[in-house]
Write a protein that binds this ligand. Structure first.
Ligand code: FAD
Ligand code: NAP
Ligand code: SF4
Length: 681
């Protein structure tokens, strides 16, 4: 073993016919670039950066073996020889950088958002409007043949193997579980029959491709839906897959239709590793741990404890393509950590947009957003060390500009310092740590506690001034807004203001939801770094049985007793939380509902006085007898440093992030605008 901080993580794995250079797998992610042939150059550039960054084994986004298996109409397929040259561009790029890559074969089954969908039985899924046709015997045979053809073509295209997607509720999972498999023929009924399709596919691919080609099977070890499999069924299937010729067993957790989250930021790190560890006891081939593993220390610990043989991380490689090289160099503190927000990756994928990353806007835009060294150094002042200013300052400095970064606060991070205090959002502190380290490494002149004025900026001799001063809170015009029981979210989240047992929150946007979550829990003292929820407490709260003794591993949920009675209010008549992230909003809504938070839409605020909050809802007047009213009514831009319209001379002024536009502001936009501007200067 080499001398490194991560001897297990970085040790090679001999598979008999080939060796993986380390234990790190970049898990499959649909980027949105794999569906059109003209995007394969960009896709190759995306994978090339990750291979160069040291990843041992990359898995592509899901590629369908036939048209019935498409996730979306005209999705990526590999079923004709004519598709091979596109895929060769990808495999060549990865191999040139010393990496290995598997093609993921994904048949969506009833999750397909298209009319050709098929499944084990004709049961519609709750997440697609299309009712599937149950495959008949000949349809099943054709499907197996399509998988085999796809694997053969993958070999011809230069892939080192394939991953057969058998989890997350896709076609093979639909055959594997009684929930979706109501067949009475040899493909349904007892597990022996339900697993036949998955096992047969692996057996026939192995026969077709020979012994020296990786076949990884992503096995659902925790379905998290009613009618899911039990542990005995899962192990029985795993052993049959091994027998059929699988090289590696990857693990999958939760169907897409499950109502228990498995990858959002509030899921504790490595929450499901113990389940992979139990599978490892039951088979001889290597087992992969997956989900919410994002930093080398956790990955190393899991390997050292023998919980798995390999670590699969997907989104962490959107956030930082150099993750492995940084770990290898003992520079984990330089890793740009995936904070599991889903805002630029999965939320984009589900909206049929190209994926990217909130903390790394270059992800999937490697050929478009390029940080070239500058040929003429400029003196740049960045005002505001929130996400927008941090992004601009670091990209500008990386390109060779001389950057001074000011912030009025005594710390960098802007609103992320508040976001990270919300229970379940502790990961946001990693982004501040990353940027802090980058500022030091890049020699940015950081001036904290410095509220600068326009005069100081004009006198500073800068070529450019980037105004990234963010936002100020909106104070709604409600009678009694100055009543002592009225607080703002900053009073509560940053000021540590005491809040009574009954509280109304005005405004049900992202911050209103976060404030409700914060108030459900007894607030931690401001000086202490909020701690993530322990895995067993999280599992108990959501109702996860880590022993998978029950079908799907479902247990009765045990919500924690809320610290307060909370009303979350908005004026719009739409469902509260409708504007939250597509893949995360339901988690926030479910959490608040389970903890008794009352969400009201269509509220008209009348006044606030000693009696509480007077309001009209649905034409009815009500008084909420609350101890406090917390205002979360959005923000307005703070850009007073910008010169007046028509001013001449002096540095060029630019606005980014909240300072440019408060409406629909989020950190994704703030960081992207900072990077894009700095890439142009
Ligand atoms: P800010 O973060 O507001 O930073 C502006 C900085 O400028 C501040 O540090 C301020 O001190 C400094 N400044 C202002 N004036 C001056 C001056 N004259 N001189 C020097 N310095 C000055 N976004 C998401 O995308 N996802 C989330 O999950 C999320 N959760 C959130 C949860 C909470 C509780 C909060 C409060 C926000 C959350 N946000 C989230 C929003 C996100 O933090 C903001 O969109 C983002 O911080 C905006 O970045 P910014 O750099 O434009 O502004
Ligand atoms: P927001 O999402 O715009 O919500 C503001 C809320 O205030 C809305 O519910 C709005 O609803 C209400 N409101 C607006 N004007 C009002 C007025 N004059 N009087 C009373 N109520 C008023 O803003 P935010 O919650 O402050 O969040 C700021 C940004 O941070 C958002 O853009 C968000 O994307 C981001 N953020 C994201 C997350 C996340 O999980 N992704 C979490 C936190 C924050 P009505 O007009 O219907 O009353
Ligand atoms: Fe991770 Fe968020 Fe980036 Fe997705 S967008 S890769 S979840 S940091």
């Amino acid at each position: 073993m080499s001398i490194t901080a991560y001897p297990y993580l970085l040790s090679p794995l001999d598979l008999g016919f080939t060796t993986l250079k380390n234990r790190v797998i970049m898990g499959s992610m649909h980027t949105g670039l794999e569906d059109r042939f003209y995007h394969y150059g960009k896709l190759a550039a995306f994978y090339r950066e990750r291979a160069r960054g040291g990843v041992g084994l990359i898995v592509t986004g899901g590629i369908s073996p036939n048209r019935q298996g498409w996730l979306l109409p005209f999705g990526g397929t590999l079923n004709f020889a004519g598709d091979v040259p596109n895929h060769r561009r990808v495999t060549r790029a990865v191999h040139e950088e010393g990496g290995k890559i598997l093609l993921q074969i994904l048949h969506a089954g009833r999750y397909g958002y298209q009319p050709l969908v098929v499944s084990a039985s004709n049961l519609k899924s709750p997440i697609s409007p299309f009712k599937p046709k149950a495959l008949d015997e000949s349809g099943i045979e054709k499907t197996i043949a399509a998988y085999v053809r796809c694997a053969r073509l993958a070999r011809r295209a230069g892939y080192d193997g394939v991953e057969v997607m058998g989890s997350e509720g896709y076609l093979l999972n639909q055959f594997l579980c009684a929930r979706t498999n109501r067949r009475t023929d040899r493909w349904g009924g007892p597990i022996e029959n339900r697993m036949r399709l998955a096992v047969e596919i692996v057996r026939r691919i192995r026969a077709a491709v020979g012994p020296d080609f990786i076949i990884m099977f992503r096995h659902s070890v925790l379905d998290l839906v009613e009618g899911g499999n039990t542990w005995d069924e899962i192990v029985h299937t795993a052993q049959a897959l091994e027998e059929a010729g699988a090289t590696i067993l990857n693990t999958g957790y939760g169907w897409h239709e499950a109502r228990i989250p498995t990858i959002v930021t509030s899921v504790p790190r490595a929450a499901f590793a113990s389940i992979a560890a139990r599978l490892k006891q039951a088979v001889r081939i290597p087992v992969v741990a997956s989900n919410r593993i994002n930093m080398p220390d956790d990955a190393e610990r899991l390997l050292a404890e023998g919980q798995a043989d390999l670590m699969s991380m997907a989104r962490p490689f959107l956030a930082d393509p150099d993750w492995v090289n940084k770990a290898q160099a003992g520079q984990a503190d330089r890793i740009n950590t995936c904070i599991a927000c889903n805002q630029a990756c999965l939320d984009h994928t589900f909206a049929n947009r190209r994926a990217s990353c909130l903390v790394n806007p270059r992800a999937c835009h490697e050929t478009e957003l390029v940080y070239r060294p500058t040929s003429r150094q400029r003196r740049i002042a960045v005002v505001g060390a929130g996400p927008a200013g941090l992004s601009a300052a670091t990209v500008a400095a990386q390109r060779g500009h001389a950057v001074t970064l000011f912030d009025a606060q005594d710390r960098i991070g802007g609103q992320f310092n508040t976001a990270m205090r919300i229970p379940g959002k502790e990961e946001f502190a990693e982004t501040i740590r990353y940027f802090g380290r980058q500022l030091a490494l890049l020699g940015v002149d950081l001036r904290l506690g410095a509220r600068v004025t326009r005069e100081e900026l004009l006198a500073g001799g800068y070529d450019d001034v980037i105004v990234a001063t963010g936002v100020t809170m909106r104070r709604p015009r409600i009678e009694g807004i100055d009543h002592p029981k009225v607080l703002t979210y900053l009073d509560v989240l940053r000021g540590g203001a005491p809040v009574g047992a009954n509280v109304a929150i005005v405004g049900a946007g992202g911050i209103g939801f976060d404030t409700a979550e914060f108030l459900m829990h007894a607030a931690a003292p401001l000086q202490t770094q909020p701690r993530p929820q322990p895995v067993d407490a999280w599992m108990a709260e959501w109702g996860v049985d880590p022993h998978v003794a029950t079908p799907g591993g479902l247990a009765p949920p045990h919500p924690v007793t809320p610290a307060r009675r909370i009303w979350l209010l908005q004026r719009k008549t739409t469902r509260p939380g409708a504007g939250l992230g597509k893949t995360t909003g339901w988690v926030h809504r479910a959490t608040l509902q389970r903890h008794g938070v009352t969400m009201l839409a269509g509220v008209q605020y009348e006044r606030i006085d000693d009696a509480g909050l007077h309001m009209t809802v649905g034409g009815e007047r009500r008084v909420l007898d609350v101890d406090n009213v917390v205002i979360c009514a959005g923000q307005e831009s703070l850009a007073e440093l910008m010169p007046p319209e028509g001013a001449r001379g002096g540095p060029a002024f630019h606005k980014i992030g909240g300072a440019a536009l408060a409406a629909e502001l989020d950190a994704k936009r703030a960081i992207r605008e900072g990077a894009e501007l700095a890439a142009r200067l």
